[in-house]
Design a protein around this ligand. Sequence first.
Ligand SMILES: [Zn+2]
Length: 425
Amino acid sequence: MERTIVLTHGWFDGETHHAEDAALLIESGVIQQVLCADREQFPHLLPDGWDVNLPIREAAYVMPGLVEAHCHLLLDGGELEFKKRSDYLKSDRDTMLSSGRSQLAANLQHGITLIRDAGDIHGINHQIREEIATGTSVAPTLRSPGVAIRKKGRYGSFMAREVADRESIAATVEEIAQTADDLKIVLTGIIDFEHGCVKGVPQFDREELGLLVDNARLCGRSTFAHCSGEAGLNLAVDVGVDSIEHGFFMTEEVLQKMADKNIAWVPTFSPVHFQWAHPELAGWNVETVGHLSRILDRHRTMLELASRLGVPLIAGSDAGSYGVKHGAALLDEIDFMTEAGVPLEQVLRGATSLPRKLWGCPSADIATGNKADLILLAGSPFDDPANLRELIAVYKDGWFEPENQYVEGGKGAIASGDVKYSKAC
Ligand SMILES: [Zn+2]
């Protein structure tokens, strides 16, 4: 029986921020008790069998492990040479697997303990999911859709299998659902940055999308749809996919329906933000940068409205996309969501408890009886959101300490091994 005490000056339980001292008693990976007490009081409140000679870890802040709701482990978002990116997609399986493992590790390095992959045609996502399940080291849990589904000849070749007609939809969904955790649908094209609009009409019509969603449900799978542009968004909410991914060119009418039907939104600012911030890499001219700027402005306005309407907002970065690095990008995405005006507590719910709830995953909320799935930070994100980057340790079926930890003596830093019981701050 392994026991650890985690002392913290503040914590987010998955729903609510607590600006008070606490001691978390963790036994064999389960949170036995959350004692609201400062460092002088807690030793007197410990139950039988617990004392201050047990291993103690200290943090300024504790919260559930983060969730990355949309990424492609297959792809390295940090690779900025277009030729290398396209050559990579022709490389052998071992090369892709080794890259995927590195991307998985990068997620853990940033405190992410649950990932939903958003599709790859090579099944690298499924294979890594299998490696995690059979491995013994601390790793994020991976939800994998395997391959996504797209219309024949349309966008999404790196991630999706083609279906040609209505007849083949049911059989294809049934086959993919056998191993998929969720069904990923590529409903629209990507954004044409030069013209500031979405390319083409939606890939599927109403009847076809209905078949995809209904057949996925029959197989017990929820659906998440790559979808931007008014036509696709209206279709997605009318048919009732479970989650809209990207959702650029959002409208108030669509948001209202999403709130009514409890359809989640994963706004993925990161890939578009990168294009806007680094126009020289793709050679965008002033006019295109203007389109990017307007697209991002509207996205911020719509996200803030969505937050007030009660749309379930989920954090996902689309890591693997050009310029969008696994792990770090989720923290950027959290910043983009808060900068749009969504309250930090709501953003953090969307990066911890809400996706777990919507996907039927075990709760990682910091509460008695839950499995410990948490991160220790050297500062409170409610003091400064940048403190989400000050990761001390992750607990998920064991402790993990990231490389390049916070700078010793730096902002919010706590000397490791410091177990003296200072006054509560
Ligand atoms: Zn994606």
